[in-house]
Ligand binder design. Structure first.
Ligand code: CMX
Length: 463
């Protein structure tokens, strides 16, 4: 049963809802700062310092926590709970196959309050109104070679938007520290709003000669517009993959679920931590998140999304479509491990059980059993999730032999026709904005200081 969650009047917008939550949180921050500064919350060890700071509780992060065994909780709520109480698109409220919206998740992450349907309808509309790209950005994107990795293009586009940063301008004009959050908030909303158009343009420029693939629709939600600009909705002038009405509806819901679930995973992952670190120097949200995107582009983090699909496609071809043959699958995996390669989509820095985001994405396909009945890649991912943990356990190195978030989502997009491997992490990049940017706003509300941990050399550690 769902616990009760605060929700304010349906007429209060996101900024006011946030504003209402600020005094209590500022008071709590001051209390901790004044009274509990010396409270111990863990021990530092030489092993932790040379081992990527695993388990160091050294970052303030408000919206989510990852439990090693249960996975992500957003303000204490599981994925399934969020799926039940967060608002859907206004014209699909009663559709059981329709998923809740990433903008609902952003609202919840940022304020800790459940938004009403009216609030989300208005917020989706605000995002659509702010979605257009300035001319200079279109020109920058058009000037990039299509051979440039789409993640590099994404990072360039986001950092270029700092040309219009309200925070940077306000800071230069000397505003008081207590007001920083308001400009950070405006920049963050503008950035999130523009991501569908940026992502759509990168896709079109890189793979479709800059052709127009869809339209921004002011009456639709953020994910619908993102799907449309990727040429995935059946009403578009160019329905690239010739999806029928049901498939188009499904793929929009895939984008909704994927983006809502990939948005935040507490503070220590590379993209979130990098955004927070760069933002701690008072770099504006565009510069901060652009740095986060560069971290997401690493193969041990978000780029695993592309590596998983490459790996599944290659394994399927190697198995000659014999996807239920566990002996052959095990042999294939041992081949990888013996050549010192990792199994993409498996393992995690914190989790010690299968990632519930993996399960939720797998369920998306399983619920559409007719649609996915003949999709060998999807079924291979499922079979692999039952076989690979045993192999990794025997291999004996990986602390978490189970599938992570990147394991299942790529093949779902592949099914609906997004087959350009290098592009997968760009969708992750659009999604990941919502968690780190919510935290960046809180960083400015609380006035967190510049991050400056102490480093130590090996000689000192060896003493
Ligand atoms: N396949 C093979 N070996 C693996 C492995 C995997 N999937 N995951 C971990 N290992 C190995 C590590 O390489 C390490 O080996 P060495 O001791 O020789 O260096 C050993 O097991 C211990 O690693 P760990 O403590 O279990 O894992 P880390 O916290 O160091 O790394 C992660 C976590 C995700 C980088 C790692 O599991 C990995 O490389 N996985 C494959 C890539 C991937 O799926 N990344 C996506 C993660 C989700 C995301 O952030 O998007």
């Amino acid at each position: 049963m769902l616990r009760s969650i605060r929700s304010y009047s349906t007429h209060v917008d996101l900024k006011t809802t946030l504003q209402n939550a600020i005094p209590a949180k500022r008071e709590l921050y001051q209390y901790v700062k004044k009274n509990l500064a010396n409270k111990e919350i863990g021990q530092l060890t030489a092993g932790g310092t040379i081992g990527g700071m695993r388990g160091y509780k050294s970052l303030l992060w408000e919206a989510s926590v990852v439990d090693p065994n249960e996975g992500i909780r957003f303000h204490g709520y599981t994925i399934q709970e969020c799926q039940k109480f967060l608002p859907k698109a206004k014209d699909e409220i009663n559709d059981p196959k329709s998923e809740f919206l990433p903008e609902s998740m952003f609202w919840f992450l940022l304020t800790g309050n459940k938004p009403s349907q009216d609030q989300i309808n208005e917020f989706s509309n605000e995002l659509a109104l702010k979605a257009g790209l300035p001319d200079y950005l279109n020109k920058i994107l058009d000037s990039l070679p299509s051979s440039l990795h789409p993640m590099t293009q994404l990072s360039i586009a986001i950092s270029a938007l700092n040309n219009d940063s309200k925070f940077a301008k306000a800071y230069a004009s000397g505003i008081p520290k207590n007001d920083y959050w308001e400009y950070t908030f405006e920049d963050s909303i503008n950035l999130i709003a523009k991501l569908p158009a940026i992502v759509g343009k990168i896709y079109s420029n890189t793979y479709h000669n800059g052709e127009k693939l869809g339209e921004l629709n002011l009456n639709k939600d953020w994910s619908y517009n993102l799907s449309s600009l990727l040429g995935l909705t059946s009403n578009d002038s160019l329905n690239l993959n010739k999806l029928n009405q049901d498939q188009s509806k499904d793929v929009v819901n895939l984008v909704r679920l994927y983006c809502a679930l990939h948005g935040d995973h507490e503070g220590g992952n590379v993209s979130a931590h990098t955004t927070h670190l760069v933002g701690s120097a008072l770099s504006d949200p565009f510069l901060s998140y652009s740095a986060g995107v560069q971290g997401l582009a690493g193969p041990l983090h978000g780029l695993a999304a592309q590596e998983v699909v490459r790996f599944i496609v290659e394994m399927n071809s190697n198995l000659q479509n014999d996807i239920s043959n566990s002996t052959k699958i095990e042999e294939y995996l041992w081949g990888l491990l013996n050549s010192k390669r990792v199994i993409p989509g498996y393992g995690h820095g914190v989790l010690r059980k299968p990632d519930p985001r993996f399960e939720a994405m797998l369920q998306f396909g399983l619920k559409r059993s007719n649609e996915f009945a003949n999709d060998e890649l999807f079924h291979l991912v499922k079979n692999l999730s039952e076989i690979a943990p045993g192999v990794l356990k025997k291999h004996g190195k990986t602390k978490n032999p189970y599938p992570n978030v990147d394991s299942s989502s790529g093949v779902l997009f592949y099914h609906y026709g997004i087959k350009e491997l290098l592009f997968f992490t760009v969708i992750f990049g659009a999604s990941r904005s919502i968690g780190p940017l919510s935290q960046l706003i809180w960083d400015r509300v609380l006035g967190l200081p510049i991050e400056r941990p102490k480093s130590v050399d090996l000689k000192t550690l060896a003493q």
